[in-house]
Design a protein around this ligand. Structure first.
Ligand code: NAD
Length: 263
């Protein structure tokens, strides 16, 4: 899985095609979409038009909450594949754990079947807290390849990252730039950016990369799409890493997975 990919949340279907095309031209090879984003078709069109060999691409999509359950998962996966115009995805994720519904294990058993059938190369989860992971792992056979969670300098998720490392689960950061709100103006980040002749967004993405996180920054602005993948030609010093790690506030931008059960 490429350590840096392109996220398309909140990109309307008709804009997704050009945004994904720009990303593929800029060198991204991993795309993160979801059934609920409503842009699997636009994403698929850009992939088809790119002419890039399928095996060079890493495509992730996610099962939406209303489709949890064994049979409904199999049906929802068929719909996603059809919209994407693909015969397999590289990664299929349960979007939210929905602990109040208690369907995650049954849902994941359908994921195991999808993987056994070769239609998802890897399977995993999103927004799973340590207790959700523990239950899933104890009641199913395949350790999730990935847990995609909200993660940025204001919400560093140390406990989850430790558990992922112990279990061999990749940590994938959603909203890696903190949705661009405020985080990119934090003086410590701006100072590190000036020191390296880079932008604050590049510094935050580089911090993730050096921590070992997978990142999927989103932008529809071509210059930013290019800027966000240009993070492999410089390195943060240990003191830069420490200064960013000191910014943790355990502050979520999104919902708390313990209580979020929106269908
Ligand atoms: P992000 O942290 O990637 O921030 C995106 C925003 O930051 C952009 O809309 C723009 O306003 C700004 N931005 C981007 N590049 C910039 C740059 N170079 N300079 C200045 N500003 C810049 O936030 P996101 O879109 O919430 O998260 C990224 C991806 O994570 C999503 O597109 C989606 O694929 C995934 N995601 C998953 C979940 C989940 O529940 N699994 C939830 C949210 C997002």
């Amino acid at each position: 899985m490429p350590q840096l990919g392109f996220g398309v949340w909140q990109v309307p279907d008709d804009e997704a095609e050009s945004a994904v095309a720009t990303a593929l031209e800029a060198g991204y090879r991993s795309i993160d979409t979801a059934a609920v984003y409503g842009n699997e078709e636009g994403t698929g069109k850009a992939i088809a038009a790119s002419g890039i060999a399928r095996e060079e691409l890493f495509v992730t999509t996610k099962l939406w909450n209303t489709d949890q359950g064994y049979d409904s998962t199999l049906r929802a996966f068929d719909t996603s594949l059809e919209k994407l115009g693909l015969d397999h995805v590289d990664l299929y994720l349960i979007h939210w754990p929905l602990p109040s519904k208690g369907l995650a294990v049954e849902t994941y058993k359908a994921f195991e079947k999808i993987q056994a059938d070769g239609r998802a190369k890897s399977i995993g989860v999103s927004n799973f807290l340590p207790e959700h992971l523990e239950k899933l792992i104890s009641e199913t056979s395949v350790i999730p390849a990935v847990n995609q969670i909200e993660l940025h300098p204001h919400l560093q998720q140390r406990a989850s990252r430790e558990i992922h490392a112990e279990q061999g689960i990749a940590t994938e950061a959603w909203s890696p730039l903190g949705q661009g709100k405020g985080l990119l103006e934090v003086p410590a980040i701006v100072a590190i950016a000036q020191k390296h002749g880079r932008t604050p967004a590049q510094v935050v993405l580089r911090w993730h990369i050096q921590l070992g996180n997978v990142v999927i920054p989103k932008s529809v602005t071509p210059s930013r799409i290019k800027e966000n993948i240009d993070v492999f030609g410089f390195e943060l010093d240990p003191e830069d890493m420490a200064a960013i790690s000191a910014l943790n506030e355990d502050r979520r931008l999104g919902p708390d997975p313990a209580s979020f059960d929106v269908a």
